[in-house]
Ligand binder design. Structure first.
Ligand code: MLT
Length: 397
């Protein structure tokens, strides 16, 4: 038996696991301290009432022979019609027409960002921005794919544009971006689409944070941009949109127009899913189906607004301190420059020890993240206010 040696090329632990371990060690050594976590993007608002009611009704269905459900419908890779058509309608509201068989239900964006790679040879070259959400880099490293990076930095506002001299086959774009909070306009995405097409490459577009977009010039789906359907797969999630980080549900769009080497990627994905996945639970899918109902949209918007106010609190605090940052406006993440030239882990330790606030060191997202730091707006309002006061007091000293 031989192991997949590519795993040996990974860092020992996943970024958020390292942050979690360091936080737990600090708490163990200082049990009296009230530590505020603004690190991993985990939500704090409860599920919307309309979602909870739909899930309760689904549980009741499971309690009776007549309405009990086993495996989901296999024709749609176990996605229930109610959920698929609610996603289709939500795309229609963005001006995007999708066929129901282009929508695949998943247990969240993170899984499919890695799972989708089953479709592609490991000879492909992958282009990632640096800094980048570590799950994309780690999933490709596990498969032994070569990764090249597009530099995101202060000069380009952490929104790199394609370099025509660089060859890539698979391009990951996350907008609004994790970790930097920066977001592409439709015009900028068009440039990426043209670049991908010039190389016959595929874009994997992670739209997990689309609900935070308020600026009408920014895209919420790559399919809002002309020409995307034959070069892009879009992956999205209910985690940040509707507080499903613990419930687990998402969706992946693989357009029928997407073909490579004569094969339909939609058919390959359906084949992969029917072999390696048994769907998301009925109760979860019924809860998710309520998210894009009229009432659901109203209720989840209140939660998004709550997080937007947290982002504004953090942004205002950084403005007062004169600290440079991106994000926070169309995104739940605030990406700031560490004060006084500190490196990312030094600032992590300083904030943890002196303010008892946990964030995420930018260097954990790539070399260009060194000297930067990420805070999330997904905390409670009280903890976010308290964290801002503590950080202000510390940095004003
Ligand atoms: C993050 O903090 O970057 C996200 O919560 C990670 C994720 O969505 O998996």
């Amino acid at each position: 038996m031989k192991i997949n040696k590519c795993f040996l090329d990974l860092k020992n632990s996943y970024l958020f696991a390292t942050v979690g371990r360091k936080t737990a060690e600090y708490k163990k050594a200082h049990p009296e301290k009230d530590v505020i976590r603004l690190s991993i993007g985990d939500v704090t608002r409860p599920l919307a009432p309309v979602v909870v009611d739909a899930m309760k009704r689904a549980v009741e269905d499971m309690a009776h022979t007549e309405t009990f459900k086993g495996y989901g419908p296999d024709q749609t890779c176990y996605g229930y019609g109610e959920l698929i058509s609610s996603i289709q309608k939500s795309y229609q509201r963005k001006g995007v027409t999708l066929e129901t068989n282009e929508i695949f239900i998943s247990d969240g964006a993170k899984s499919d960002c890695g799972n989708i790679l089953d479709l592609f040879s490991n000879e492909n070259i992958v282009l990632l921005p640096d800094p980048v959400y570590p799950a994309y880099a780690d999933a490709n490293t596990m498969d032994g794919r070569k990764i090249v990076y597009a530099d995101a930095n202060e000069q380009n506002g952490f929104l790199p544009m394609p370099d025509p001299s660089v060859h890539a086959d698979i391009i990951y774009i996350c907008s609004p971006n994790n970790p930097t909070g920066a977001a592409y306009t439709r015009e900028q995405l068009k440039v990426w689409i043209d670049y991908a097409k010039s190389l016959d490459a595929l874009i994997i577009f992670d739209a997990a944070y689309e609900y935070f977009v308020t600026d009408p010039s920014l895209a919420r789906s790559i399919y809002e941009v002309e020409g995307a359907k034959d070069c892009a797969i879009e992956i999205c999630s209910y985690s940040k949109t509707a507080g499903f980080t613990g419930v687990r549900c998402g969706y992946t769009i693989v357009p029928m127009d997407l073909k490579r080497e004569g094969a339909s990627l939609n058919q390959l994905w359906a084949r992969r899913q029917s072999t390696k996945f048994n769907g998301v639970s009925y109760v979860t899918q019924m809860g998710a189906a309520a998210v894009f109902s009229e009432e659901g949209e109203t209720q989840i918007s209140r939660n998004i607004e709550y997080y937007r106010k947290n982002a504004e609190l953090i942004g205002n605090m950084l403005d007062r301190l004169g600290i440079w940052y991106t994000g926070g406006k169309n995104s739940p993440y605030i990406w700031l420059k560490c004060p006084n030239g500190m490196d990312s882990w030094a600032f992590f330790d300083y904030l943890l020890e002196e303010a008892n606030v946990v964030g995420t060191p930018g260097s954990g997202f790539g070399k260009n993240g060194e000297g930067f730091f990420r805070l999330t707006a997904f905390g409670t309002e009280e903890s976010t206010r308290e964290a801002c006061e503590r950080i202000s007091r510390l940095l004003q000293k």
